[in-house]
Every structure is written in C-alpha cells, then in structure tokens.
Design a binder for this molecule. Structure first.
Ligand code: VNL
Length: 391
C-alpha cells in the first residue's frame, strides 16, 4: 500500500515537472483585457483610460495576491462589431480574467452577452447609459450615468433664473438619458422645455441646430455630447453669438471635458455644468492623482474618463486581493460588489444590488486658476444613486 502510494506520488511529480513552463507560468498570471477606442472620434477616451490604468499599475505594482497582472489593450475604434470580436478573442484565446474599458454605450452593450456566457466580469470604465448594467449580471460600472448628473442640472437651473430651455443631445443612449432626466426634473420644477434637439453621433454639424435654438430664444441651452465633442459645441455656440443673444449654456460635464477645456478659450468662462469629476476637485487624493498623471503623461490633464479607468483598476485589484488570487469570475464579481473607497473624485460605492457606482455629483463653473481654465466645484449632492434604476 505504502509503496504504491509512493510510486503514485513520484509519478505525479514527474507529470507536473513535464508540464510546459509556459502553462505553469499562466497559472500565476492575471489578465485584464482592456478594450478601448484608441483611434477614431473617441480616441481621447482610450488615451485617457489607458494612461490611467497604467498609472494605477505603476503605483500599486503588477503583482497582486501572488499573481502577475497583465494588461492587454485592444483598439475597438468604438465600433460595436469590433468590440464583440475583440471581447470574444480575449475571453477564448487569451483567457483573460476580466474584460474592461468600453468607451461608448454600443461597445459596452456588444460585449455584455459574452461576459454573461463566459462568466467574465466586465468593468465598464466609460460608457454611461443607465441601462448598461442591466445588460449582464457580470457588469460592474466605475464611470457614471447620465441620469445621475442630468437630474442635478434640472434642479439647479430653475433656481438660478433659467425658466425656459432647449435641449441638444447626441442621438444615442446617453443623450436620450440626459434629455429625458434633465427635462423631466426641470419641468417638475416649473421650467419650460421649448424644444428637444438630437444631433447625430458621427461628425455632427451643430450649425443648423444652433440656428433653431437662436430662433426659440430660450433662457438657456442644455447640452450633452460625449467626451471629445465638447470643444466643437463650444466653438459653434460662441461663433454664432448665442451668449451675446442672451442664451446661457448649461451642460453635463462631458461638454467642459478636462481633456479639452483649457483650449476652449475665455468664451467658456462662467459655463455651469454638473458632473462627478473635475481635475480641480480640492482633495489631497485628487491633487496627488493629477500630479502623478501629468508627470507620467507629458502634462496631459486627466479627465473623468481617466478617473473611471483608475477606479476600475482599483476595483479589479481589490477583488483579486480579496479572493487571494484563487477566484473565478463569480468570486471576483462578488468581491467587486459593495466596494467603498476614496476615489480622486470623492467617496464612491459600488452598489452591491445594481453593480453601478454611487457617488457625489458636483455643480461646477468654468473659472480661471493660475492662467488655466478649470471646472471649479461650488456645490455638491452627496452619494447620488443612478435615478435610472428606480423603476
Ligand atoms: C458615453 C457617455 C460616451 C458619456 C462618452 O464619451 C461620454 C457613452 C465618449 O455612454 O457612449 O462622455
């Protein structure tokens, strides 16, 4: 008996030794497939998130719970068919432990069924349509939702002399959310919505829409366009003399995006927006984040996309730690739910029920600080849940 045991044990050792080295090393690797728009219209989002993910790894090391963390970055050009193919390849061929990134809503939605089928956690770091988290039980979000920030503007505007508006949004998920949640709240507070305009997502020409706004003569124009498109709106708004015609610009913070704001010129001064992150957020954690990010990226200022990516990495690292490097997709997902931590944006929670982020929403005004344009926070709504989830 004893002897047979011994032979058996020796036999096993021999088999283990015979395993190719590469396969053994695989066991000690934890792979994150980061799918981002690195080229095309949404490239700034990919650039910001990749830089933030790399910063997080540089600051926190690439060994977690005995595993070597490897980031595999893929460019989906924000095209959902490409996103789907890349997610499939990452899951099946590269055997990634987590898929992450997702610059736009259609991309996040395209990957969702694959996350579900393969039980792979999908960390959405950018896309912000409310319903995304409902597309798969494996989705966790570290960005924000458009209802979360738009409702805040629907409360602020009527209390600050704005009685009538025209809304102008990009015609897809997040734009539709912004239009609906801003308008409903604004009307509930006694405001009048004179017109609701939707512009195409791809290469929009704002001129004909702004002419309509001018004719309607609202107190303000409320805008949502995705990150990267804000400066085009601002330029056209000013060139057409909308401000001089007495029409105020109010928006979600996607428009006064920190990635572009400083190049928008003094015409942007005084624009009020609602959002969850400003590079000027006055906390020690944020100052440290902004300094480190700029140092590592030739002075590039981090925007809200960068923070979504940075915090997404935090959620993944923490889940890996909590599961001691031994967990599969379900265990990782469970460890992502309910995380509470201090982000550069402020205190955040990953709601265990909805897997969506609960966070402070700020009112901000564009001001000049040290010769640069910033979104300066002047009021805050604490711990805002996504209003889109309350059905
Ligand atoms: C989305 C929402 C994309 C907000 C954005 O920038 C944004 C989206 C690329 O869900 O597609 O600022």
């Amino acid at each position: 008996m004893q002897r047979r045991h011994l032979i058996h044990a020796v036999g096993l050792t021999a088999v283990a030794l015979a395993l190719p080295l590469a396969a053994q090393a695989q066991d000690n690797v934890f792979k994150i497939g980061l799918i981002l728009p690195m080229t095309g219209q949404q490239a700034s989002t990919g650039r910001q998130i990749e830089a933030a993910a790399k910063l997080y790894m540089a600051q926190n090391g690439d060994t977690v719970a005995g595993k070597k963390v490897v980031l595999i970055v893929k460019d989906d050009t924000a095209t959902p068919d490409v996103t789907k193919r890349l997610a499939q390849e990452l899951i099946v061929n590269d055997k990634v432990n987590v898929i992450a990134g997702f610059g736009v809503t259609p991309a996040a939605l395209a990957a969702a069924p694959l996350a579900t089928q393969s039980k792979t956690p999908q960390v959405v770091m950018a896309a912000a349509t409310s319903s995304i988290t409902e597309a798969s039980p494996y989705i966790v979000r570290t960005s924000f939702t458009l209802p979360q920030v738009s409702v805040a503007m629907g409360d602020w505007a009527p209390k600050n002399g704005i009685k009538s508006v025209v809304t102008l949004v990009s015609d897809y998920g997040p734009g539709n959310d912004a239009e609906k949640y801003f308008s409903e709240r604004f009307q509930l507070n006694g405001g009048k919505v004179l017109d609701k305009l939707r512009v195409p997502l791809r290469n929009p020409d704002f001129a004909p829409f702004l002419q309509k706004v001018r004719d309607a003569k609202p107190d303000a124009l409320f805008v949502f366009v995705p990150s990267g498109a804000g400066s085009a709106v601002m330029k056209q708004f000013l060139e057409r003399g909308m401000d001089k015609a007495g029409i105020k610009l109010i928006a979600t913070g996607d428009v006064t995006d920190d990635d572009q704001l400083n190049d928008m010129g003094d015409g942007a001064l005084g624009v009020v927006t609602t959002h969850h992150y400003s590079a000027a957020h006055p906390s020690a954690a944020n100052k440290k984040f902004v300094e480190a990010f700029q140092k590592a990226n030739k002075g590039m200022r981090p925007n809200f996309m960068a923070v979504g990516g940075y915090d997404g990495m935090r959620v993944i690292y923490e889940a890996l730690k909590q599961t001691k490097g031994q967990g599969g997709g379900d265990a990782l997902l469970a460890a992502m739910k309910g995380q509470v931590f201090e982000s550069p944006r402020g205190e955040v929670l990953i709601d265990a029920q909805t897997r969506d982020i609960v966070q402070d929403v700020y009112l901000r005004k564009v001001e000049k600080k040290d010769g640069q344009l910033y979104n300066v926070e002047f009021d805050v709504l604490k711990a805002v849940k996504d209003p889109g989830k309350a059905k």
